[in-house]
Design a protein around this ligand. Structure first.
Ligand code: SAM
Length: 222
């Protein structure tokens, strides 16, 4: 029996039109779609008339789910992995499944598309020939160490931050950063309230509301 293939498919980060033709084709062809949240992805799949069995696969799924998906591959099923938004595995679930599938010699095929980090960087106006992606910063321990790394970086630094921690993180980073470092914050990319804040750290702190809403990518160039 032919072994199934595992497709890693990038999905929109806000605007449903940002799904590639190839992503649609592949999702229509596979036997199973592993979703971070089956209900959330249901909206996207319905929009594209993709009617396939779905299985939840999220950060707390554990080994049992990995084994279940591997069993599908072993049985010859092609499986697509998608996350709630953007590229699976990029600050999203995927790593455990992908490494296990590769260990067992299954074919893993990426279907590229949106990711907030690249979308933010490409319009940032900051140097992008080299950059350092830090995902989400640690919430408790290790923050000072990472702030120092950001302040010392010779490359543009990019990371994700939740709205309720955004202001606090910027105020803390200010203590380490050169006051002239360029800061760009991308808000709600590809959505109605998409906005780029640009300036030095003081200007940005003044501009960001006390209780920001939405999704944010922070970029800093020293
Ligand atoms: N896998 C996703 C990707 O490829 O971009 C990232 C998922 S991560 C759990 C979610 C974080 O990505 C959000 O907290 C935010 O920092 C960032 N993000 C996702 N969508 C965004 C958007 N439309 N605008 C700005 N930031 C976004």
């Amino acid at each position: 029996m032919t072994k199934g293939k595992l497709y890693i498919i990038a999905t929109p980060i806000g605007n449903l039109d940002d799904l590639s033709f190839r992503a649609v084709e592949v999702m229509k062809s596979v036997d199973l779609i592993a979703c971070e949240d089956t209900r959330h992805s249901g909206i996207l799949l319905k929009h594209y008339n993709i009617d396939k069995p779905r299985l939840s696969f999220h950060s707390h799924s554990g080994d049992a789910k990995v084994i279940k998906i591997l069993a599908h591959l072993q049985g010859g099923d092609d499986v697509a992995l998608i996350s709630d938004a953007g590229t699976p595995g990029i600050s999203d679930p995927g790593y455990t499944l992908i490494s296990a599938a590769l260990d067992l010699n299954y074919e893993v095929i990426p279907i590229p598309g949106p990711s907030a980090v690249i979308t933010a960087l490409c319009a940032s106006g900051l140097p992008t020939d080299k950059f350092l992606y830090l995902g989400f910063l640690p919430v408790k321990k290790g923050r000072q160490t990472i702030f120092k790394k950001i302040a010392d970086s010779e490359y543009t630094v990019v990371f994700y931050e939740s709205p309720h921690r955004l202001k606090k993180t910027l105020v803390q980073i200010k203590e380490y950063l050169n006051p002239d470092s360029k800061v760009v914050i991308a808000k709600e990319l590809t959505k109605i309230y998409e906005h780029f804040y640009r300036g030095n750290i003081d200007e940005i702190i003044k501009e960001i509301p006390e209780k920001p809403k939405g999704e944010y990518v922070i970029m800093i160039s020293n």
